[in-house]
Design a protein around this ligand. Sequence first.
Ligand code: HEM
Ligand code: HEM
Length: 175
Amino acid sequence: MNAQALVRYNGVARTLHWVIAIGIIIDITLGLGHDAMKDMFPVMPTHKAIGITILALSLFRLLWRVIHSAPPLPATMAGWQIGLAHGLHWLFYFMMIAVPMSGWIMSSAGQYPLEWFGLFDIPKWPVTKDSPLAEAAHEAHELMGKLFIPLIILHVGAALYHHLLLKDDVARRML
Ligand code: HEM
Ligand code: HEM
């Protein structure tokens, strides 16, 4: 395919993709490493504030995606590959909302205040400590937070496979 025929994701979609991706990678690192890093800076308040930002941006991104369709994939891709790519993308959209939402619900039941980088308070959901909802949110947050890791590896692997081996335009659509 020649370079002129390349249709990229629009600028808003590309910017949101990379800002959210970086935010998620930072939040996974802070979430899993909070014990090791806790003497350096307020790890969990930062984790929570970044997570709430990811939630807000992801809700906007999902709306944007529903309104603007994705650029076409190469005609050479098999139906199962397209199905797998779309399935993983929609799973990502679900997790970009469900992971921070479960963290927010779980943390609403905790004793610590919720605030956005010390600038304003984030309201708490009416959830009580040890309630089934708070416990389910906690379980879901830990499980899905960790599930992000193999899925991101799969996603990055697929992007590199397209770019380096197949040498098609799939990855350049997001650059
Ligand atoms: C996309 C955003 C987020 C990601 C990827 C993420 C990921 C993670 C991960 C991987 C862990 C460690 C789980 C474990 O040790 O098993 C964690 C822990 C935690 N997260 Fe998040 N998180 C996000 C957003 C949030 C938000 C918005 C809040 C609250 C407002 C939050 C609150 C917490 C808390 C309190 C823990 C510690 C749980 C514990 O150790 O018992 N997270 N997060
Ligand atoms: C870390 C968390 C990440 C998440 C949650 C994520 C999520 C997504 C989603 C949902 C899409 C589909 C966009 C749409 O059709 O609306 C997408 C596309 C894409 N992502 Fe990521 N991404 C992440 C990281 C990365 C990284 C690190 C790379 C770098 C290799 C990457 C490369 C791409 C490419 C090339 C596309 C376009 C491919 C296509 O449309 O099939 N992503 N990503």
